[in-house]
Design a protein. Structure first.
Length: 651
């Protein structure tokens, strides 16, 4: 059922309702910018099952300015969106077919705004389920890592959102005036990337849309779904701790998955997520105490597995804990006292790690890390006879001497007897000399205020790098390897100038959250699935070294086709390329994203974005071109440009 929901300012949001036979019923809300009636129309089987098989009403909403909703998409997660969704919840709770209880859920973007709306505490919201979402846009999204620009992510999300936001409302959904609304949207919508690139420091801009540090604002029962191959898992221990502290019921389901449905994500094993969510909703929207416990965590403990970019399965097992396990940290000193080690300055260390938010190919899993490890300073420890199980955030506390603006890149790997190196987790930090008046970049990572001048532009400082959360067991006979370098390209931008970085191994400690006793209980009741072997047809993922030109280039290309609401055709295409010149450290990131939709008895529409970010003149030049067409006729062809100054060094 297609409906419009009025906002207080007169804007109408487009929504689709899936209603069960027995009414009134609780209602589940999902709000997204990914066009419910064409780009994500194929997801409807889940909503139909929630209504027909489980008796829940479901409401999907195009957020303001996207899909067939009125308005302008001013940015991701704006304050107006939280206001809108609180009004949507109030509207839904007042419908005669709703029993007054609302749950909110969704994956990625919809998981982000579920957290933000829960923090606003609308009265009718009874529980949420946030899947693959982050509490921190600055440190744990597609923008920055440890204060450094995420480079490879430029060619994906920022590019395709620029094109998607240039598509029109769906004529069948919006009705008369759809074309006029499209023209208004085209005239007023700005691409988001230039603003993101310009907001280099954490602050008020990035706190908008981020739950962190206000975890205590959430007071409704919260279910978190996370994947160890996904870039959005760090919210789990942070939010779980706050919910535990405030006696708020919560459930964690964490598997080996990438940024895709746990039913079929790579790598597996997967689970059927729908029964897990239904149990959660039955507990908190219907009061069925037997449906789910008040507090629990089902965690997949990965185990040593040969690395591969498209492995369908990894070793390990699901275990059940009474909440997220907060484990004691066990220190590992890196070396003897006074053992300073200079880190290699090669700018392209990291190509085997790929991007931090893998989903479907070409955003695959990390490769064998051994070639990159060989170019790093490494420290190793043998796994004990009963193995080594890490659950939580490993942290590196290091004493470094570095020029301000250098990068410290940290990887933790599982090394097999044959030398294959499997990436466990990683972290990055921009080494900015901190002071009380000028805090270190990044939230959670940083340099401590007691920095000391050494020579020239170098300072000595104590830093802490928090690595991404993980649950991994290094089996007996394997080794745990810590690899330190000054780059993790192309996941993040390489520093624009070579920078000398030394680490005092004797004054540096790796803190590991280790399981010291029984490893939870075997998980029961999960409906496990086996991930399919991925189809790499028409997918491009290349890493190329030009020996004579001293350049590294990575390229991606993929796309899909589907049938939108009412029939017709839908197709998308995504292409990207990042390059690095080893001699000059000049870097480029360029992308092209295109959407084409044809509706029966309607127009053929298209939108394309071309994005380019290049280094030079002490900073970054950003160019975004957007084209929109109707039946082959160009309606918009506009360019946006900007420059982000970084100074003589990225600082």
């Amino acid at each position: 059922m297609l409906v419009t929901i009025p906002m207080a300012d007169g804007t109408r949001l487009a929504a689709t309702l899936f209603l069960p036979e027995r009414l009134p019923a609780p209602c589940l809300l999902e709000a997204l910018p990914y066009r419910k009636d064409d780009v994500t129309y194929g997801y409807r089987a889940e909503y139909e099952a929630l209504a027909a098989d489980h008796g829940y009403a479901v409401c999907r909403v195009d957020v303001r300015g996207t899909g067939s909703s009125e308005g302008v998409p001013e940015d991701e997660y704006p304050a107006s969106e939280v206001d809108d969704l609180c009004q949507v919840i109030e509207w839904l709770a007042g419908r005669p077919w709703c029993d007054g209880g609302i749950g909110m859920y969704g994956t990625s973007y919809s998981g982000f705004n579920a957290l933000c709306v829960a923090a606003a505490r609308p009265p009718a919201l009874r529980a949420i389920c946030s899947i693959y979402a982050s509490d921190d846009r600055y440190t744990d999204d597609v923008h920055y890592s440890g204060g450094v620009h995420r480079w490879l992510d430029i060619v994906d999300y920022p590019a395709y959102m620029a094109a998607m936001n240039a598509l029109p409302p769906v004529p069948e959904v919006y009705g008369d005036g759809w074309r006029e609304e499209w023209l208004r949207r085209l005239a007023a919508t700005e691409p988001w990337l230039p603003r993101w690139m310009g907001e280099r420091h954490d602050g008020a801009y990035w706190r908008q849309g981020s739950l962190r540090p206000g975890h205590d604002r959430i007071a409704v029962p919260t279910m978190l779904v996370a994947g160890w191959a996904d870039g959005y898992a760090n919210v789990v221990p942070r939010l779980s701790a706050a919910l535990e502290r405030n006696d708020v019921p919560y459930r964690v389901v964490a598997g080996p998955w990438s940024h895709s449905s746990p039913d079929h994500a790579l790598p597996g094993p997967g689970i059927e997520l729908l029964p897990e969510m239904v149990g959660w909703w039955d507990r908190w929207l219907r009061g069925d105490r037997a449906a789910a416990p008040d507090r629990s965590a089902v965690i997949f403990i990965r185990s040593s597995t040969p690395p591969s970019p498209d492995r369908p399965m990894v070793n390990g097992e699901f275990r059940t804990f009474p909440g997220w396990p907060a484990l004691p940290e066990r220190p590992r000193i890196l070396g003897p006292s006074g053992a300073w080690a200079e880190l290699p300055a090669a700018p392209d260390i990291g190509v085997a790690a790929w991007n931090n938010c893998a989903g479907a190919l070409p955003w695959g899993q990390p490769l064998d890390q051994s070639a990159d490890d060989a170019r790093c300073v490494t420290v190793e420890w043998d796994s004990p006879a009963d193995g080594l199980t890490i659950v939580g955030h490993p942290r590196l506390r290091a004493r470094v001497r570095a020029e301000t603006g250098a990068t410290l890149a940290v990887r933790l790997c599982d090394v097999a007897p044959d030398g294959a190196s499997e990436l466990i987790t990683r972290g990055v930090l921009l080494l900015a000399a901190a002071s009380p008046a000028s805090p270190a970049m990044g939230t959670g990572n940083g340099a401590r205020p007691q920095s000391r001048a050494v020579d020239g532009s170098r300072v000595e400082m104590d830093v802490e790098v928090e690595l991404d959360v993980v649950a991994h067991r290094v089996i007996p006979g394997h080794r745990l390897r810590l690899a330190l370098a000054t780059s993790e390209w192309p996941n993040v931008m390489a520093s624009l100038e070579p920078a000398r970085v030394e680490v005092d191994l004797g004054a540096s400690t790796l803190l590991l959250p280790l399981v010291g006793g029984p490893l939870g209980e075997p998980a029961s009741g999960l409906r496990c699935t086996e991930a399919p072997v991925p189809d790499a047809t028409d997918v491009v993922w290349t890493i190329e070294q030009d020996v004579l030109q001293r350049t590294t280039r990575c390229r991606t290309r993929y796309g899909s086709t589907a049938e939108p609401l009412g029939g017709g055709t839908y197709a998308d295409l995504y292409e990207g390329e990042v390059t690095l010149d080893h001699r000059t450290r000049h870097q480029t990131a360029s992308a092209r994203s295109r959407f084409d939709i044809t509706w029966p008895d309607g127009p053929m529409v298209g939108a394309e974005s071309r994005v380019e970010v290049v280094t030079g003149d002490g900073g970054l030049s950003v160019t975004v071109d957007i084209t929109a067409t109707e039946n082959g006729t160009e309606l918009l062809n506009r360019r946006w440009t900007g420059h982000v100054a970084l100074g003589s060094r990225q600082r």
